[in-house]
Design a protein around this ligand. Structure first.
Ligand code: NAP
Length: 276
């Protein structure tokens, strides 16, 4: 009998996870299937208990469930610090993990960029920024978090200070902050489809030694990344973060090395098919 894996969330129609994981299962010759289920906050507890009862091999969680899951699963220390869970192993005592930060770290490593001891400017202070800032601080990066709502940046920086160096601020001095950074990470929704003209910064703000990592993956090349190329900076898009967070979940559930290239190709094909 096939082992079932799932992503829960709402909305869930555009999730890349089924295509990414099913391609990996097929490639590995594993008798498994991955499906998307629309699950709201009020149903998360029942859905996870049901997944466990039915022997699901693993569950991913997406908007709006990642924070609510902390009340239900046995979160590992990193997920507990981040305050969000995106991967659940129902067979292992309902253990919960957050693989977004490791996905971001590996995406940068793929591009030859090491976060250790780097000056990292993270713009945004939402869910993705939390995962990335905790992971990077843990990896000895020197972090500045700049956010439209300054208080959120300061609150996150205070939390992150428990594991490393972090400072929170608003967006007023973004140009100066970029000038002092080695790596700029956009975790805001600015530039995401359909608002593709928006950007947190332009080429005038950047320098050639900068790495610009935009975690948005639709479009593949955001306005911010186009500006980075004009400035001669290194540009990294959000696809490999998406792939590596999924690959890490695959490894947690199955205990085997995930076929990252196969998962990447599935995502790129799905994104191509989804293009407006
Ligand atoms: P979120 O929790 O809603 O956070 C959004 C952030 O964007 C907040 O800091 C918000 O600032 C800021 N923001 C929104 N509109 C803005 C504007 N007009 N000007 C300045 N700042 C603005 O979202 P999230 O879950 O962190 O996701 C953020 C983005 O990351 C999305 O595009 C998502 O698709 C992408 N993402 C990619 C991956 C991947 O694997 N590649 C993984 C996760 C997320 P305020 O605090 O002031 O509201």
């Amino acid at each position: 009998m096939k082992t079932v894996f799932a992503v829960f969330g709402d909305p869930i129609e555009h999730s890349m996870s089924p295509k990414m994981h099913n391609a990996a299962f097929t490639y590995m010759g594993m008798d498994c299937e991955y499906h998307a289920f629309r699950v709201g906050r009020d149903s998360l507890h029942d859905a996870l208990i049901g997944a466990k009862a039915m022997g699901f091999g693993g569950v991913n969680l997406t908007v709006p469930l990642k924070e609510e899951a902390l009340n239900i699963v046995d979160a590992d220390p990193l997920a507990a610090r981040i305050g969000a869970v995106n991967t659940v192993d129902p067979g292992d005592g309902m253990r919960g993990y957050n693989t977004d930060g490791i996905g971001a770290k590996r995406a940068l490593a793929d591009a030859g960029v090491d976060v250790a001891n780097a000056r990292v400017l993270i713009v945004g202070a939402g869910g993705a920024a939390r995962a990335i800032s905790f992971q990077f601080a843990n990896d000895s990066a020197n972090i500045t978090i700049a956010n439209r709502t300054e208080k959120r940046a300061c609150d996150l920086a205070r939390d992150v200070s428990s594991v490393g160096t972090a400072h929170g601020t608003g967006l007023a001095n973004l140009k100066d902050l970029i000038a002092q950074a080695d790596i700029l990470v956009n975790t805001t929704t600015l530039g995401m489809h359909p608002n593709t003209d928006q950007t947190i910064a332009t080429s005038d703000d950047m320098h050639p030694d900068l790495t610009v990592f935009d975690i948005i993956y639709n479009p593949l090349e955001t306005r911010l990344l186009k500006e980075a190329k004009i400035a001669g900076a290194t540009a990294v898009n959000g696809v490999m973060m998406l792939v590596y967070q999924g690959a890490e979940a695959f490894r947690i559930w199955n205990g085997v090395e995930p076929p990252v290239d196969v998962m990447r190709d599935a995502v790129l094909e799905a994104l191509g098919a989804q293009k407006p």
